[in-house]
Ligand binder design. Sequence first.
Ligand code: C5P
Length: 472
Amino acid sequence: MDQRDAFLQSFKPAVDLFLEHAKKGSSIRVVTHNDADGLSSGGIMGVAAYRADACFKVSSEKKLDERLVNALREENPALVVFTDFGSGYLNIIAETLRQPVIVLDHHICKDAEAPNVVHVNPMLHGIDGARDIAASGISYLFAKATDPRNVDLSCLALVGALGDQQDKGDRKSLAGLNTVIEEDAVKAGLLEKHVGLIFYGYETRPVPKAIAYTTTPYIPGLSGNEGNCVAFLKQIGIELGKERPRALADLSEDEKRTLFSALSSHMVSTGCDPSSVHQLIGTIYTFRLEDPGTALRSGREYASLLNACGRMGRAGVGLSICLGDRGEAMVEAQLTLDEYRRRIGSALDLVQTEGMVQELDHIYVIRAGDQIDDTVIGVVSGILLGQGILKNTKPIVATALSDDGQVKVSARGTEELVARGLHMGRVMQAAAEALGGGGGGHDVAAGAYIPVDKEEEFIAKVNGLVPEQHAE
Ligand code: C5P
């Protein structure tokens, strides 16, 4: 049996357990992570539970820790389902919860005896959880196994993968098992793909806005600054539109070429790594049943909207959208996204103007304290590393004060470092656990929570662990 078959077969005990509880009418409690992948997973599980006539509740959380598991113990549902977290915290789950638990996750696993846990994770079958399938994809395959009607959730599964930046294939396309889900979506008439300039709001936003709203790649002077984008476009002779502002989709192929080459020269002349220019072009995922002109029509915009909701404390709004709300929730989500982008923009300005990035032997460090919100510190670190402004190829580790009094750590590596053996998830797990915290994640993006007085010791430990990994 190959790895894929073994992974697909591993769903059966979880699906049986879920359907058995649904049939009995006993309570099913779904708890999911609050980022785009987590929220789309929660939405998929919600629809699957509804269609199975289950008695269920879905909610989302920033992290899985003792506090959350203790609250679930108090609540005492018949079945607990964790999506997009759990694998790294099997010890806490098994120690605290007595009822059966299903974990659908794609992060690194914790070695622990957990007899009450039915654990579904592609990493247990040699499948890459950071690139080949996200938690939303796992939730989708699970949902499809409970009811073939759930094929209509395939686009939502792709939203989670895009939110987790799994578009690492050729021309920023999804790869691995994600393509199997893509095929389902295309076959069901739900998805269309094409390659083009990737900007936020490709079809819907005026061009200067589309460029200003784009942060991956981060274009110095243009990202976050619409006025500069207007001036830039005028300078290269691109008409902005008279009666109706023109969107990127309205530009001719010649104009798109001119724009691409002007942006490339601008990025290189402002210090970006030449390879980051390729991030301007990629595969565009269009959801055919969503209304044209709405963010949900585009896979990446959908993911940004959910990420913003989750990170800005409006996860409920994001979940409602995943469950089908296209009314009030959309207005709230859009406002939340605008605020989220402003917050990222000011954090990036602050880091750069204050020179907050420190270079150690093996890592870059940002100690943000209470100057940058812990909800955006991870995104900010990813942008800094991705835009190529940090000259040496080293991972970045950023810390910020969390509202629960701990220090939140976000760590990001590059694909090149990962190919040389780096695994930031393992580094975070080992360093945090040694200092009384918890950590985990993926090879390329990971995180941790640590006690406030252990910050310096943690950074020193991480700086020591990174070169050991390259040597492996
Ligand atoms: O929060 P941030 O975006 O930096 O997290 C990066 C990745 O690390 C996410 O996939 C998150 O689920 C994971 N993580 C984890 N354990 C933590 C913190 C983050 O597995 N304590």
